[in-house]
Design a protein around this ligand. Structure first.
Ligand code: MV4
Length: 451
């Protein structure tokens, strides 16, 4: 049993984790950078430790300082949240060696799934549908040309060490292949210290559907349904929802089975996400696995009633899952809108600064996950997400009407934000009908902004 958990993160996810700990009677240690000295996660935690300067590499990415803070405060475990060190296998390994539980999968799993070409190869071997493409890494131009000839253009070249849209190139014909391969590999070398590339057929206008997985240390693995994350801009999700408006029950069953198979193939432990892309003909393909709790986890919590962060902690303590796949029921429909300090009409330019007035909505079916408060100053140093507004309705129509009502009640003054943009998105025909894909915002930006 853990008696004290250190939260190696900041912002709303740090609050989210502290809240779970409090309800479980576990003491908490908040760590912070100097620029976060007035952050709410410090107020909520039992103890606080400053771990360095504002730059992530000096604090939230500083492994030595975080481990020292854990040892000094006698923490049994570290919850990494998302971003920062959450998918850093070296960090997870060091925690293990220091006898501090890392609340997440083993460092080997993080490493295996972080290598996207290796993950793809593993899924092919496990019989999980993947996009037609290379069997693992492609080492030479010669090999790349052969693979491309076999699967047909357009193709996508992806960095093994990339993920989340980084280090990718679309190639439309043979002439483009060599320069694209070389420049992408060069870029990946510089960015990730690893220039390995793999290839996939390019799926046009895909939808992004991900399955939430939980696995315990006793071999039990369940899925908690899907999240539709197709409403995104430049690989940043903007609205997420569960269930997906376009997936029918038979397809959900089939994708859920594939997601479980994928997680079983790596004997997955703790919370994870299997990402699929879905094409126009409803073919689905595994693309990546995320080995962390995700920003959009609340929509799954709303429709399943399961507290994912508490489950993560219980799993890390060695407890068995106390429900089976049959026990999991998806009830109602949940939508999450990410509220960012940014100006959508100025190319989504970040808008840090002081919040001068704030009012968050309430009422039936509304959940707010946020760390901001009156007079808080949003630092320019980190992500611009300042709140998540999540609504739950008996069906999608109700969840949507609650969201429109909730967003229209919200007041955030002193900084620019994307609330009006979110309202405009919710009122588009494509969102109302659930017919959007991952290219929707980029293709319709001027229309959405001009509403
Ligand atoms: C693709 C694809 C089309 N074909 N792979 C982008 C993020 C990364 N997780 C994978 N991504 C994509 N991979 C093939 N073979 C299109 C995307 C993609 C995308 C995927 C999910 C959500 C949003 C996206 C936006 C643009 C491109």
């Amino acid at each position: 049993m853990f008696t004290k958990i250190l939260i190696a993160n900041r912002g709303e996810i740090a609050l989210r984790i502290i809240r779970a700990c409090k309800e479980m009677n576990i003491r908490t240690v908040a760590v912070y950078s100097t620029i976060d000295k007035d952050s709410l996660h410090l107020t909520f935690a039992d103890e606080t430790v400053c771990i360095g300067g504002p730059a992530p590499k000096d604090s939230y990415l500083n492994i030595e300082n975080i481990i020292s803070a854990a040892i000094c405060t006698g923490a049994d475990a570290i919850h990494p949240g998302f971003g920062f060190l959450s998918e850093n296998s070296k960090f997870a390994h060091i925690c293990e060696e220091c006898n501090i539980a890392f609340i997440g999968p083993t460092y080997q799993m993080i490493e295996n799934m972080g290598d996207k070409a290796a993950a793809r190869k593993l899924m092919i071997e496990a019989g999980v549908p993947v996009v037609p493409g290379s069997n693992g890494v492609v080492c030479t131009i010669h090999e790349a040309l052969l693979v491309a000839k076999e699967i047909g253009y357009p193709i996508m070249i992806k960095a093994s060490a990339g993920g989340g849209g980084r280090g990718m190139r679309i190639v439309f014909n043979e002439n483009e292949l060599e320069p694209a391969f070389l420049s992408a590999s060069e870029e990946a070398s510089l960015a990730f210290g690893d220039g390995s590339m793999y290839m996939e057929k390019y799926i046009q206008n895909p939808r992004h559907i991900e399955f939430q997985i939980l696995g315990d240390n006793h071999g039990n693995i369940v899925h908690l349904g899907e999240r539709d994350c197709s409403m995104q801009r430049r690989h940043q999700k903007v609205i997420e929802e569960s269930p997906s408006p376009f997936i029918r029950e038979d397809m959900r069953k089939e994708m859920g089975k594939a997601a479980i198979k994928a997680a079983q193939a790596v004997k997955y432990k703790n919370a994870g996400t299997i990402e699929f892309i879905v094409d126009k003909n409803n073919n689905f393909y595994f693309i990546e696995m995320n080995t962390r709790i995700q920003v959009e986890h609340p929509v799954t919590e709303m429709v399943t009633g399961i507290d994912l962060v508490k489950e993560q902690i219980k799993i890390a303590m060695g407890k068995k899952l106390d429900f089976t796949q049959e026990d999991i029921n998806i009830k109602g429909s949940a939508i999450e809108c990410r509220i960012n300090a940014e100006n959508p009409s100025k190319n989504f330019r970040p808008s840090p600064g002081q919040i001068t007035a704030i009012y968050f909505p309430g009422g039936k079916g509304v959940r707010i996950d946020s760390h901001i408060y009156q007079d808080y100053t949003i630092p320019p140093t980190y992500d611009s997400m300042i709140a998540k507004i999540i609504t739950l309705g008996k069906d999608r129509t109700e969840a949507l009407s609650i969201m429109k009502r909730a967003l229209s009640e919200t007041v955030i003054e002193g900084i620019d934000n994307n609330i009006e943009f979110q309202l405009d998105l919710l009122h588009t025909k494509q969102f109302e009908e659930g017919t959007f894909d991952t290219t929707f915002i980029e293709k319709n930006l001027s229309k959405i902004l001009g509403r």
